[in-house]
Write a protein that binds this ligand. Structure first.
Ligand SMILES: Cc1ncc(COP(=O)(O)O)c(C=O)c1O
Length: 366
C-alpha cells in the first residue's frame, strides 16, 4: 500500500488516505494544558513508578464508574498502558502459555495475529458473519476445546458491529464455565453515533470482573493516538500478571502523558460528531454506486462491499495507485474480510465524496 500510494503521489495525484483509523481531531484542551505543565516541572522527568500512576488509575476508575456503572479498585484492578495494542500483546504473554489456544474472531484487527504469534498461541478462529450481526457463535466452538482466552472487540474494527450487554453476559458465562479469560478490547467505547446511544457500547465488565479484562484507549475517544496511552481494567489476577510482565519490559508512560490522560478522562469526550457527519455523507454516495454497506451505529469505520469484488487486496492496491484513494483491504483483517474494503472516517465529507467519485470512475477490474 505504501508503494502504491507513493506511485500515485509521483504521478501527481492528491492522496485521500482513508486506510488508518487515526483521528484528525484535537485532544481536549485540559490534556494539552496538563502536558504543558508537566514540561515545566523537572520532577516529571523521573522514571514513573507504580505509585506515580495513581492519578491516572483513579481518574480511569471514576470514568468506568460514571460511564458504565462498574466499580473497580484502582490499586488492584487497573493498570496504565502504552496504548491498548501494547497492553493486549503483553496481556497474552502474561496470562497464557505457549501452545495454548486463543479464540480470535475473523475478521479482526490485524495486530491480534501478531500478538498471538508472539505469545506462541494456537489460534482457533471464530467466524463473524453478517447474518449473525458479526457476533461470534460460541455454540459452534467444539466442546472439547479448552481455550485459554477469547479476544473480542465491540464496537468492532473492521465491521463496525456492536454487541449488547446481554451478549457480554452470555459470553462471560460461557468463558467462566470453560476457564477461558475473556479479553475485551474497547477503544471505540465512546464512538457511538447520536441516536444509537451509549448503550450500544457497553463494557464487558458490566457482566462482572472475574475472568474478564478490558482494554481501554485514549487514542480514539480523546484523539490522542500518538500519545500512546490507555488502561487495562478488570480481573485482579490477570491485571497483576500483566503488571509483572510489563515490569520486566517497560516503565509506565511518561508522567506528562499520564497527567494528560487523567485530565482527558474527567471530560466528556468531544469532537466525535464529525465522524457521524462523515458517515452520513459517505453511505448514500456508496449506495448510489451500488455498494453494499450497513449504516454503522458506532466506531469510525464503514465496512463496505463494492459490487462483485473478488480480490480486495488487488482492488485496494489499484485504487491507491490509480486514484490516490487509500483504503484498507478486507482480506487484511482475515479470510472472511475478502469481498470488503474498510473506509476510516478520517477525512472531511467533501473528500469522502471525492474518494467515491474516483473509485466509481475506476471500476472493479483489477
Ligand atoms: C480494535 C483496536 N484495538 C486497538 C487499537 C489500538 O489502540 P491503541 O492506540 O490504544 O494502541 C486499535 C486501533 O485502530 C483498534 O482498532
Amino acid at each position: 500500500m505504501n508503494a502504491a500510494v507513493a506511485q500515485a503521489r509521483a504521478a501527481g495525484l492528491s492522496i485521500i488516505d482513508l486506510s488508518i483509523g487515526s483521528s484528525d481531531q484535537p485532544p481536549p484542551e485540559v490534556a494539552l494544558e496538563a502536558l504543558r505543565r508537566a514540561t515545566r516541572d523537572p520532577q516529571s522527568s523521573r522514571y514513573p513508578l507504580f505509585s506515580d500512576t495513581a492519578p491516572l488509575r483513579h481518574s480511569a476508575a471514576r470514568y468506568m464508574a460514571r460511564r458504565f456503572g462498574v466499580a473497580l479498585d484502582p490499586e488492584t484492578q487497573m493498570l496504565p498502558l502504552i496504548g491498548a495494542q501494547e497492553g493486549l500483546a503483553h496481556l497474552l504473554l502474561a496470562t497464557t502459555d505457549p501452545g495454548d489456544t486463543l479464540l480470535l474472531p475473523d475478521p479482526c484487527y490485524p495486530p491480534y495475529f501478531g500478538a498471538a504469534a508472539v505469545a506462541g498461541l494456537k489460534v482457533h478462529t471464530l467466524p463473524l458473519r453478517p447474518e449473525h450481526g458479526f457476533l461470534p457463535v460460541l455454540a459452534d466452538v467444539p466442546a472439547s476445546l479448552r481455550p485459554r482466552a477469547l479476544l473480542l472487540n465491540y464496537p468492532n474494527n473492521p465491521t463496525s458491529a456492536v454487541a449488547s450487554l446481554d451478549f457480554f453476559r452470555a459470553t462471560a458465562a460461557w468463558c467462566r464455565a470453560r476457564g477461558t479469560l475473556l479479553i475485551h478490547d474497547h477503544p471505540y467505547a465512546e464512538l457511538s453515533y447520536a441516536g444509537s446511544g451509549p448503550d450500544v457500547a457497553p463494557s464487558a465488565l458490566q457482566a462482572g470482573t472475574e475472568g474478564v479484562v478490558e482494554l481501554h484507549s485514549l487514542s480514539k475517544s480523546h484523539h490522542m493516538g500518538g500519545y500512546r496511552v490507555g488502561f487495562a481494567v478488570g480481573d485482579a489476577g490477570a491485571v497483576a500478571a500483566l503488571a509483572r510482565v510489563k515490569g520486566a519490559i517497560d516503565f509506565h508512560p511518561w508522567l506528562g502523558i499520564q497527567a494528560a490522560a487523567a485530565a482527558a478522562l474527567e471530560t466528556v469526550p468531544a469532537g466525535l460528531e464529525v465522524f457521524q457527519a462523515r458517515r452520513d455523507a459517505l453511505l448514500p454516495a456508496l449506495h448510489a454506486h451500488g455498494w453494499q454497506a450497513e449504516w454503522p451505529q458506532a466506531s469510525m469505520y464503514v465496512w463496505a462491499q463494492p459490487p462483485g469484488l473478488q480480490d480486495s487486496v488487488a482492488y485496494a492496491l489499484r485504487a491507491a495507485r490509480e486514484t490516490g484513494v487509500a483504503l484498507a483491504p478486507g482480506r487484511a483483517f482475515g479470510g472472511l474480510g475478502e469481498g470488503y474494503v474498510r473506509f476510516a472516517l478520517v477525512q472531511p465529507p467533501e473528500l469522502l465524496l471525492e474518494a467515491v467519485r474516483r473509485l466509481a470512475g475506476m471500476g472493479l477490474k483489477v
